[in-house]
Structure formats: C-alpha cells, structure tokens
Design a protein around this ligand. Structure first.
Ligand SMILES: NC(=O)c1ccc[n+]([C@@H]2O[C@H](COP(=O)([O-])OP(=O)(O)OC[C@H]3O[C@@H](n4cnc5c(N)ncnc54)[C@H](O)[C@@H]3O)[C@@H](O)[C@H]2O)c1
Length: 256
C-alpha cells in the first residue's frame, strides 16, 4: 500500500511507540492524526511536525471521541492506516495478595477497557471509514495495526489483567482480518518485547539495566523507531495480514 497521500490515525500518538510511529508515517508522506489523551505532548508534536500531523484529543475507549478522530483524519486524506498504540499504567498485583485478598475486579475491567476494548473500538470505527475508500489497484482499502505485547504469550507474575487484555488483542487479529477481507482492509498485530518509552517512568540507564540486560540480542531494550519501522513495513506490504509479529530481540519473559 502506498503511504504517501493517505491519512493515518495513531492512538497513543503522543506516547513512546505512538510518537515514533507518527514521525515515521509523516516522514513517509502521510498526514497523521495524533489521537491521544495528552494535550500537552500531542499539541507539541503536532506543532513540531507542521502540516504533517494534527492533534485530536482522543479517548480510544470512547465511541464519539474515536469517531471525531476518524472524521478529522478523513479531512486530511483517505484514512488508510490506523495504529492502536495507546496505554496507561497497570497496577501489577498478583491475583491473590499476601493476605489472600483477590485482585480488584474494577481494576481488571479498567485494564481490559483500555487495552482491549479501546483497541477494538479503534479497529471497528477506522475500518468503517476505510471501507468507503476507493480501493488501490490491489483492492486494498487500508490497514489496521494493533499493539499487543509478548506478555500476551508469557505473562509475568502480577500481569493477569494486562496479559489477558493483550491476549485478547492477539485473538482479535485473525478474526478481524477475516471479517474485513470483504472490504480489503488488512489487520496486523505487533507484539513488542521491552521498548524504552515514557511508560517505564524511570531513567533510561536504570531501565536498560533491569530490562535490556535480559534481551538475548541485541542486548538492549527496543527503540521506538524500530517499532515504527515495522508499522511502515506492514503498511507497505499487502501480503502481511492476520498475523502477529513479535519484535523482541528473542526475549521470552520469565515468570518474574
Ligand atoms: N514500551 C514497551 O515496552 C511495550 C511493550 C509491549 C507493549 N507495549 C504496548 O504499546 C503501547 C504503547 O506503549 P508505550 O510504551 O508507548 O506507552 P506510553 O505510556 O509511552 O504511551 C502511551 C500513550 O497512550 C496515551 N493514552 C492512554 N490512554 C489512552 C486512551 N484511552 N486513549 C488515547 N490515548 C491514550 C497516553 O497519553 C500516552 O501518550 C501500549 O499498548 C503498550 O501496552 C509497550
């Protein structure tokens, strides 16, 4: 698929992986909607990128909010690329705490809402807009890229809600690709290992020591630009569909 001349929507576009994706797609000639909750970082990035990007305050979990972001993208050009790369802090507690208290059900629901329902919301509303695009010669009308995690496969202790949500994103991928094949929209899932982003909330050196040292090769955390480069390849390669790609330097999470 050609990126130039299309519009793209990136949820979490003001965060680590999202920001790198916004920059990459804008550099490849797309007009990008930075769909994020953070006004400050979103506005600053849009300003820096000039006419390559706009910021639309968006809550991925909310129907009207995503509809507005999709409509804004449609104003910039045909929406052919939608990337879900939003996320928020997760509690990280065991299902039973030391004193036997079960994990809070509302916290579990909240994590599922952000990571799974939010991703599905973006997928369905972006696909509805893409279905109205003129197809390229290949029949392609667009591509949706979802972000899972290797925690979908090797959830660590204390990650029950996060792993369940990301496992849901993995499960969603193939059925979505099958459903949307009728309209020429591809669906791909990226499962990152550990990438240094603001989500880590600690200095990079400390994060590299804790996480990067566990990666077989390259022995470091992933760089957001490496994730973004994969998004671009997926967008450009029409034969990638319905699959999950791990990008993790051969990292496999241990229980802790
Ligand atoms: N960084 C990693 O190592 C890593 C690994 C595996 C998976 N992931 C996944 O990649 C995605 C991005 O992670 P990141 O490290 O870039 O995080 P980040 O914290 O740097 O960025 C996340 C962005 O999402 C935004 N956001 C939060 N809730 C939102 C909502 N409801 N609607 C719209 N925007 C919202 C935040 O404002 C923030 O800008 C997440 O889904 C995360 O689970 C990250």
């Amino acid at each position: 698929m050609r990126i130039e001349g299309t519009s793209a929507l990136v949820t979490g576009g003001a965060g680590g992986l999202g920001e790198a994706t916004v920059r990459r797609l804008a550099a490849a000639g797309a007009k990008v909607v930075i769909a994020d909750l953070s006004d400050e970082r979103g506005e600053a990035l849009a300003k820096e990128l000039g006419d390559g990007a706009i910021f639309v305050r968006t809550d991925a979990t909310d129907e009207d909010s995503v509809l507005a972001a999709v409509a804004a993208a449609g104003e910039l050009g045909p929406l052919r690329i939608a990337v879900s790369a939003h996320g928020g802090p997760v509690a990280g507690q065991r299902i039973l705490s030391r004193d036997g208290t079960p994990y809070d059900l509302d916290l579990f629901r909240r994590t599922l809402d952000i990571y799974l329902t939010g991703t599905f919301n973006v997928l369905r509303l972006a696909a509805a807009a893409m279905a109205k695009n003129e197809p390229e010669e290949s029949g392609s009308r667009g591509v949706v890229v979802n972000t899972a995690s290797i925690a979908a496969f090797e959830g660590q202790i204390g990650q029950s809600d996060y792993s369940a949500a990301k496992g849901g994103v993995v499960g969603l991928g193939l059925v979505a690709a099958r459903d949307l094949s009728a309209v020429g929209v591809r669906v791909m899932t990226i499962a990152p290992g550990t990438f240094f982003t603001p989500a880590f909330r600690i200095p990079e050196e400390q994060a590299q020591e804790a996480w990067g040292s566990k990666v077989p090769f390259p022995r470091r955390m992933g760089r957001p630009e490496e994730y973004a480069a994969l998004v671009q390849s997926i967008a450009e390669n029409d034969y990638l569909n319905g699959e999950v790609i791990r990008i993790d330097g051969a990292l496999r999470f241990s229980p802790k």
